[in-house]
Write a protein that binds this ligand. Structure first.
Ligand SMILES: Nc1ncnc2c1ncn2[C@@H]1O[C@H](COP(=O)(O)OP(=O)(O)OP(=O)(O)O)[C@@H](O)[C@H]1O
Length: 261
């Protein structure tokens, strides 16, 4: 994919929730090949950004473009929605459907491809995340870790109605929260593998330093409704910027204080 293709653009974008201005005139351009980590203290608006990109929320002011198209409607009201795939913190699988039905849900709904092709695609996606012989099982017959893998396999399914040119945007919401360090490494590997296999761009929201460092090539720090810092992962690891330093070290002293957030 050409590196100069713009995948997403936020222009003077604000979001007000009740009396709270969660995002305050933010600007952000994301290009093909970028893997972003969005970091910031609790309540700084990270999930709000993911909700905007997933089409669950619209900006109060300003504009959001995905693949060059202005997002003026919520996702369910769009005729030709952009290819944005959300991997939730918990696997969010439908308990009454088999693994195969969960992963192939979009393709079944679209009724474009024949059943045997859908089956092949689903098995292929499951194998890519290291799952074998689970297609006919129900989610509650799998371990938590396996369920998480199923949710990654679901993000690998490409929309049969999308042209080859479209670049999928994969969103990962706190994918390693509460996991032990070894499970973290497995999920981080899976994020990298899934994003590569989908030939997409990724945005990871995470507080976990290994996840930020291993899955992203660019980091944005969100606080007070604005991106306070934007740079490469190598710059993030060394930056003397007061926000970045406080986030990295967990210092109580610094520009980010709980009463402000
Ligand atoms: N429906 C809502 N109505 C009013 N305020 C809301 C609503 N949803 C979220 N907020 C507020 O918006 C702000 C941003 O919330 P958001 O969940 O995006 O933060 P976050 O950075 O993802 O936090 P965390 O790291 O704790 O998940 C918070 O102050 C929150 O209280």
């Amino acid at each position: 994919m050409p590196k100069n293709t713009q995948v997403m653009l936020m222009k003077d974008l604000s979001v007000e929730l009740g009396s709270n201005k969660v995002l305050d005139s933010v600007n952000l351009a994301m290009m093909a090949g970028e893997r972003l980590a969005i970091v910031g203290p609790s309540g700084s608006g990270k999930s709000t950004i993911l909700r905007l990109l997933a089409g669950l929320l619209l900006p109060s002011e300003g504009s959001l473009k995905i693949s060059g198209i202005d997002q003026n409607y919520l996702r369910l009201d769009q005729n030709s929605p952009p290819d944005v795939r959300l991997v939730f913190q918990n696997p969010a699988l439908l308990a009454s459907l088999t693994v195969k039905e969960n992963v192939g849900f979009l393709l079944e709904k679209q009724k474009v491809l024949p059943e045997e092709i859908i089956n092949k695609k689903v098995i292929n996606c499951l194998q890519k995340v290291g799952l074998y012989d689970v297609a006919d099982k129900f989610p509650n017959q799998l371990s938590g870790g396996m369920q998480k893998r199923v949710s990654f396999a679901r993000a690998l399914i490409s929309d049969s109605k999308k042209g080859k040119g479209s670049i999928p945007l994969l969103l990962y919401d706190e994918p390693t929260a509460g996991l032990d360090p070894i499970a973290c490494t497995r999920i981080e590997d899976l994020i990298i593998k899934t994003t590569e296999a989908a030939e997409g761009c990724s945005i990871v929201v995470s507080h976990v330093s290994s996840t930020i460092e291993r899955t992203a090539n660019r980091v944005l720090l969100l606080y007070g409704g604005k991106f306070q810092w934007d740079g490469s992962i190598d710059q993030f690891k060394q930056s003397e910027n007061a926000y970045v330093k406080q986030f990295r070290t967990g210092n109580l002293q610094g520009p980010m204080q709980p009463e402000d957030s």
